[in-house]
Design a protein around this ligand. Structure first.
Ligand code: ADP
Ligand code: 5GP
Length: 211
């Protein structure tokens, strides 16, 4: 029986290392499909349209919402972010695990719409290290960094909604742990409905045959 893809949500404070982790994860393991979000924020130096994000205007984003083209969307520090539906639907149907790197409001929407989604929350080993990574990345002004740290304090309130907390200290160890958690998640009964239905119908046939 063909294995079904699962939806994996990865959230975490800005600067925790999500982007870095995801790049390494898909480079190391080819079975994962990384969803590319749509956003109204400006590209950072080195970011390419269609690779890190689809960079669009507010008008385009709102049109996409109205057309029902996003499976979730949220507002984060003054910009819109959302997940295009088409890619996710196609990859799941092809049996690939799809990873969404999204913030907490979006994660909660996904959990509501897809109860079998796996939710992972990435943290740095300390907040001192978070500040160091955010400033070290050198892509935001101090004002934006402060807004993102305030947002981190709000997001810390919602961590209990996630299935696992993953500490990003050593990058390779963290990538290995995420891979293990995703692979393990495939065995949960909630993600094996098709297989369970198959076993149940075989058992029913067996019982019928005995009577
Ligand atoms: P996010 O996507 O969560 O906002 P990034 O992936 O952009 O975070 O990472 C923020 C900064 O931290 C980057 O400069 C990145 O190189 C660095 N970083 C990421 N993971 C680690 C790690 N395990 N150890 C040290 N630095 C890291
Ligand atoms: P950044 O501007 O640092 O790339 O992303 C800011 C925040 O938006 C991060 O927490 C990131 O996970 C989140 N984000 C990125 N894409 C999406 C998306 O499609 N939907 C939602 N809800 N959040 C997203």
């Amino acid at each position: 029986m063909k294995r079904k893809g699962i939806l994996v949500v990865v959230s975490g404070f800005s600067g925790a290392g999500k982007g870095t982790l995801m790049k390494q994860l898909v480079r190391t393991y080819e079975e994962y499909a990384l969803s590319v979000s749509m956003t109204t924020r400006a590209p950072r130096p080195g970011e390419t349209d269609g690779r890190e994000y689809f960079f669009v205007s507010r008008e385009e984003f709102e049109r996409k919402i109205a057309d029902g083209g996003l499976i979730e969307h949220a507002s984060y520090c003054g910009n819109y972010y959302g997940t295009p539906a088409e890619y996710v639907d196609k990859q799941l149907a092809a049996g690939r695990d799809v990873i969404l790197e999204i913030e907490i409001q979006g994660a909660l929407t996904i959990k509501e719409r897809f109860p079998s989604a796996l939710l992972l929350f990435v943290t740095p080993p300390s907040i001192k290290e978070l500040r160091r990574r955010l400033s070290g990345r050198g892509t935001e002004t101090q004002e934006v960094i402060d807004a993102r740290l305030r947002r981190a304090a709000e997001e810390a309130e919602g961590i209990e909604a996630y299935d696992y907390l993953v500490v990003n200290d050593d990058l390779d160890a963290c990538v290995g742990q995420m891979h293990m958690l995703i692979q393990g998640a495939h065995s949960a009964p909630v993600r094996q409905e098709a297989f369970i239905d198959h076993i149940r119908s075989e058992l029913e046939e067996l019982v019928k045959g005995e009577n």
